[in-house]
Design a protein around this ligand. Structure first.
Ligand SMILES: CCCCCCCCCCCCCCCCCCCCCC(=O)SCCNC(=O)CCNC(=O)[C@H](O)C(C)(C)COP(=O)(O)OP(=O)(O)OC[C@H]1O[C@@H](n2cnc3c(N)ncnc32)[C@H](O)[C@@H]1OP(=O)(O)O
Ligand SMILES: Cc1cc2nc3c(=O)[nH]c(=O)nc-3n(C[C@H](O)[C@H](O)[C@H](O)COP(=O)(O)OP(=O)(O)OC[C@H]3O[C@@H](n4cnc5c(N)ncnc54)[C@H](O)[C@@H]3O)c2cc1C
Length: 673
């Protein structure tokens, strides 16, 4: 691989592993990038951004104070802007968003945590594209793309994040001056959390309850200038600051914001859907009522890719380390094995590789679906929006939840060294665990999908058509069952039966509860544990089906060994989750106890088959060392030398004796304190 400028020779353990690999690693890289052309494009951007090394930290970030960390992140964000601007010159709309995935990946070399500009590109720009009229876009887009202004997305308040309809910030239209008056009536109405808001941005999108002619029309979006463009001072009527230290995201200056009767021009309401006319007349959107939630749907779609990428990073680190690390002596007089040879270690790691592939392909498929729905919507057809909302909700929820657990598993698989910040794993974890909460909490989003599934079930029962991802419900309600045969297709079928069985049980529970006198809302509430389970099962079936189909499609013209190893990973994913859900399988499919034992055997065989290719598989993610930030996972595998070099960077190692010896230790030991 040409990717890394290694400064140390490659560890012999990894040399041997790479020699063992029986497939063409570059071919898999092309598959993961979506084609050779994309790989070349990505490498070009990475090379422009990283080869000169301007992003490097003079002092490791972890040893800086919070303030210094933030300042360093702003410095690097401005450097990164140059690259972004160049990449954006070809940018004409959301269809070119793939550029962002490449930029996002490259950005990780600059930021061990997060850029304070993330929300500018991640939400401010997409919201302007999705919620502004053409005229508004003509005004705002050049300034945003050229980074003449920096913005964020301020929706969540101190009192409400999930329940958007409960937001308290008001935007009251004043026809006299043709302005909106933004106001924060309570402490709980303070905007809270927006990334970059604390100190960085000068503009933001504010979500507020719109009042005109004395009537509240629900939440709408407004572009609001909050700081002076010259001095960066908060404008009169604005109270803004940073929310304090967090588990991660510490370079993102998440902030708070409050308004005291703060005025903005009427034109600053984002008017692609609803409008307020000069005289204060409210013009309702003539299509779907939830179009103002559009950016959230987009970001949920993006997050599936985001976590797949982070899992690829974590399992690259853990797999390379596991090939270098030797521990224990299971057989007397034989050398200690590489920990990667332990079956339990393979169980921890190979599912991570398979899941990174599964989610990357599911995200590419979801991206296509998203674009298809957007193009329908441009023609005024919103019929496919509910399915997109249901899909993006459950895929965001399940992918972020799975990846959070699997990254922690990667850390466990690296033993004590995985706990070091220099392993890279703690930063990856603290970033990813937040994705389970933001942009819609896990439970909330699965319950949104469950609403859709319950409706789809009722449609299937009534014999009315259902949308493509829930076609399996039609077979289920007609009583048709597929006997268990243990094949990959059979496992996917059984996942669909589990999903259908779970949805059916939810519908029964709700109906039983209602027939015993409960309201629909109460019956629903008491069934929510089952509903979350049903949505999760549906999503697992969707991911499994998509993963298998997409791999078959993409590898149709691949070399034989690439096809084999890609199929082994698909099968591993299916067997892993089948074994994880044996209770559901026994309940909803015709699997027997003996079949479960066979499934286990097959799973263990797959681990053995994948083992020789493990390092090749993570090499195929083609992650430059600069992006990994890991002493354990670098391409050269010089784990111990790198761990020691990192230890030497500790400020405590810069002096032979620390002053606390004289101040406290010595007096204590001599009984003088
Ligand atoms: C230069 C350097 C740069 C460097 C980098 C450079 C790299 C480049 C960067 C690029 C990469 C960046 C990566 C990204 C990172 C971003 C980070 C993001 C950070 C985090 C941001 C946030 O965290 S930002 C806040 C998100 N905060 C939520 O996420 C609230 C959840 N809360 C709800 O979302 C609603 O509150 C909730 C529950 C639906 C109920 O909403 P509600 O009460 O109004 O509605 P109901 O439940 O009553 O539902 C009534 C009916 O509406 C239907 N429906 C509901 N939603 C719908 C919808 N969206 N679409 C269609 N239909 C919808 C529903 O299905 C019902 O349908 P039906 O009636 O038919 O059943
Ligand atoms: C790192 C980070 C960055 C963020 N960045 C931004 C940003 O840039 N802009 C922005 O606007 N926001 C941002 N947020 C806020 C984020 O979107 C919200 O925190 C998130 O949507 C969850 O809302 P909440 O905090 O109100 O949680 P809550 O809704 O209070 O959830 C708490 C618990 O209650 C449960 N719960 C709540 N309602 C229900 C229900 N109806 N049924 C069952 N259970 C329920 C939830 O499942 C959860 O377990 C960020 C958050 C984080 C952590």
């Amino acid at each position: 691989m040409s990717q890394n400028k290694t400064i140390m020779e490659v560890n012999q353990e990894l040399v041997k592993e790479r020699a063992k690999c029986n497939f063409n690693v570059l071919e898999v890289t092309h598959i993961l990038d979506g084609g050779e052309k994309n790989t070349l494009h990505r490498k070009k951007i990475e090379s422009i951004a990283l080869d000169e090394g301007a992003y490097k930290d003079p002092i490791p970030e972890e040893y800086l104070s919070p303030k210094e960390k933030y300042e360093n992140a702003v410095r690097k964000s401005c450097l990164f802007c140059k690259i972004v601007k160049n990449a954006l010159t070809e940018f004409t709309g959301l269809e070119h968003f793939s550029n962002f995935f490449v930029l996002r990946r490259t950005a990780d070399a600059f930021f061990k945590e997060i850029s304070p500009f993330l929300l500018h590109l991640g939400m401010f720009l997409p919201t302007i594209l999705g919620q502004c009229t053409t005229e508004q876009q003509a005004y705002w887009l050049p300034r945003v793309l050229d980074i003449q202004i920096i913005g964020t997305y301020a929706q969540t308040e101190l009192g409400h994040g999930t329940f958007i309809r409960g937001l308290e910030t008001t935007a009251t239209y004043d026809p006299e001056t043709e302005e909106f008056v933004l106001h924060s009536p309570t402490l709980t109405s303070y905007k809270w959390w927006a990334g970059g808001l604390g100190k960085t941005v000068n503009y933001c999108i504010v979500v507020a309850q719109l009042y005109t002619k004395g009537v509240c029309h629900g939440t709408h979006l407004f572009i609001v200038q909050i700081r002076d463009e010259e001095t960066h001072m908060p404008l009169p009527g604005i109270k803004v600051g940073e929310i304090g230290a967090k588990m991660g995201f510490n370079t993102a200056d998440n902030g708070y914001l409050a308004f005291d009767h703060y005025r903005i021009p009427r034109q600053n309401m984002m008017m692609k859907n609803a409008q307020v006319l000069k005289d204060g007349t409210y013009v309702k959107p003539d299509s779907h009522g939830k179009l103002t939630y559009g950016t959230m749907v987009l970001v949920r779609v993006i997050l599936v890719n985001e976590v797949a990428f982070n899992l690829a990073k974590a399992c690259t680190i853990a797999t390379r380390y596991s090939a270098v690390r030797r521990q224990s002596q299971p057989k007397p007089n034989e050398p200690e094995p590489q920990i990667l040879d332990y079956t339990t270690q393979q169980h921890k790691l190979f599912i991570c590789i398979a899941t990174a592939h599964a989610l990357q392909l599911a995200s590419a498929w979801l991206w296509k679906t998203f674009n298809a729905v957007m193009s329908d919507m441009k023609k005024g057809n919103t019929d496919s929006l509910p399915e997109l909302h249901a899909l993006s909700s459950c895929l965001k929820a399940l992918s972020t939840s799975d990846v959070t657990s699997l990254i922690e598993q990667c850390r466990y698989s690296c033993g004590g060294h995985g706990y070091m910040l220099c392993s890279g794993l703690p930063n990856i974890y603290s970033f990813v665990t937040a994705t389970r909460t933001y942009e819609g909490d896990y439970t909330i989003l699965l319950l949104q999908t469950a609403r859709f599934l319950v409706k789809a079930y009722e449609q299937a029962e009534a014999g009315t058509p259902v949308t493509p991802t829930v076609l399996y419900l039609i077979e289920f309600v007609s009583g048709k069952r597929t006997p268990w045969d243990g094949s990959p297709e059979g496992i996917i079928k059984s996942f669909q039966e589990i999903a259908a069985g779970n949805i059916s049980s939810c519908v029964k529970s709700i109906r039983n509860r209602m027939s015993s006198g409960l309201s629909f809302e109460d019956a629903w509430e008491l069934t929510t544990i089952q509903l979350v389970g049903a949505a999760e099962a549906h999503c697992r079936a969707v991911i499994s089906d998509t993963y298998k189909k997409e791999i078959a499609r993409i590898t149709a013209s691949s070399s034989t060994n690439v096809k084999i190893v890609m199929e082994q990973l698909v099968n591993l994913y299916l067997h892993y989750w089948a074994l994880n859900r044996t209770g559901d399988l026994l309940r909803y499919s015709s699997i027997s106890g003996e079949d479960v034992a066979n499934l286990q055997m097959k799973y263990e065989e797959l681990l053995t088959l994948i083992r020789p290719n493990a390092v090749g598989l993570v090499d195929a993610f083609d992650l430059r060392d600069e992006i990994l930030h890991s002493a354990l996972g670098s391409y050269d595998g010089q784990v111990y030398k790198r761990l020691f070099a990192e230890a030497l960077k500790s400020p405590l190692n810069q002096e032979p004796v620390n002053e606390t010896f004289h101040k406290y230790l010595k007096p204590t030991m001599q009984g003088k304190l």
